[in-house]
Design a protein around this ligand. Structure first.
Ligand code: HEC
Length: 216
């Protein structure tokens, strides 16, 4: 008996709900039986609030907060752009080189450009060679396998293209950090100093294949 009663009430409710769907224009807000999470009390940017004494809902950043995104590192090192401009740095900055060192197999630490090239070689092998190939010719294993399987992965650029060989170091750095067209950015996998180390190695790789005399 009880359950028939409940059913009737439910039926009446559904009926009432449906009767609202007649298409007439209404000023009042619709009845929403199950509320979505985005319909809830919240502050919008710049709203005032009675909760805080200064009535600002947007709270000021606590003193001594350190941003993870800004100001930690020299902006030139981080972006590859010369400060305050849209121009790429021509050369790897000295400050980047001084952050890099590499431990050789016999346990020695090497620093400076030599350390950067060695570290970059290792990182290049991990992060770039699968697509660009160990020789930098753009025929890495991912591209080669994709051709066999019939899925055509776009061919990665050859790093020996004249355009890339003559591009500023900062641009190569920015390509690693931000990606370019079909190539994803590697900012979240490769830390800043290693990106510069890879730039150093790619330059060495390019020199190793450059035809001495032609296109110096
Ligand atoms: C997942 C595959 C993949 C990986 C990994 C990868 N690349 Fe690329 N890269 C590409 C593809 C594809 C292109 C061509 C993008 C296009 O033209 O759409 C490209 C383009 C480039 C270019 C040419 C940019 C230009 O100005 O045209 C450079 C330089 C480059 N990659 C460097 C690197 C370096 C250095 C690494 C290692 C940190 C790397 N790539 C890792 C796929 C990859």
């Amino acid at each position: 008996m009880r359950s028939i009663h409940t059913n009737l009430v439910a039926l009446a409710l559904v009926g009432a709900g449906l009767s609202a769907c007649r298409g007439q224009v209404s000023e009042s807000s619709p009845i929403v039986p199950i509320r979505d999470m985005h319909r809830q009390q919240k502050y919008r940017p710049q709203d005032s609030s009675d909760y805080y004494q200064d009535r600002r809902s947007m709270r000021p950043i606590p003193a001594n907060t350190v941003s993870r995104e800004q100001g930690l590192i020299d902006p030139e090192l981080e972006t590859g752009l010369s400060a305050g401009t849209r121009n790429y740095l021509d050369r790897i900055p000295q400050a980047a080189l001084s952050m890099i060192r590499h431990r050789t197999n016999d346990g020695r630490w090497i620093e400076g450009m030599e350390g950067a090239v060695a570290r970059g070689r290792e990182r290049y092998g991990i992060y770039c060679a699968p697509c660009h190939g160990a020789a930098g010719d753009g025929q890495g294993i991912i591209w080669a396998r994709s051709r066999i399987s019939g899925y055509q992965y776009p061919q990665p650029a050859s790093l020996h293209d004249d355009r890339i060989r003559h591009s500023p170091d900062g641009q190569l750095y920015a390509t690693i950090r931000n990606g370019v067209r079909n190539m994803p950015g590697y900012a979240s996998q490769i830390p800043t100093s290693d990106r510069w180390a890879i730039v150093a190695y790619v330059r060495a790789l390019e020199l190793s294949q450059a035809n001495a005399g032609a296109n110096p």
